[in-house]
Design a protein. Structure first.
Length: 97
């Protein structure tokens, strides 16, 4: 399978992208999703094939979603957990710090 795909970035949610078949554009995307996505800014066009590698998405899932529902949403990467968890024995010690 080969799909000429347009990719849009969300101006509302950084790191969120919307993949759509180029010939269909955004007209097939449900209005509710576009409300959540916000203003779409064209990022690039790509030819997607099963052999192509994507940085953050599974190409087979993207192609499946494009064929089945007419779009694919790439969510922003989860933020890293910056809280350091101390071992329980350090939390229960009564030694002065």
């Amino acid at each position: 399978m080969k799909v000429l795909c347009s990719i849009y970035r969300s101006r509302k949610k950084p790191g969120m992208y919307l993949y759509v078949p180029r010939e269909a554009g955004l007209r097939e995307v449900p209005a509710e999703l576009m409300t959540l996505f916000g203003r779409a800014e064209h990022a690039m066009d790509l030819v997607l094939t099963e052999e192509r590698k994507l940085a953050q998405e599974d190409i087979l899932k993207v192609l499946e979603n494009l064929q089945g529902q007419g779009f694919h949403v790439q969510m922003p990467p989860q933020e890293e957990d910056y809280i350091v968890h101390l071992p329980d024995e350090l939390l229960t010690r009564n030694d002065p710090v």
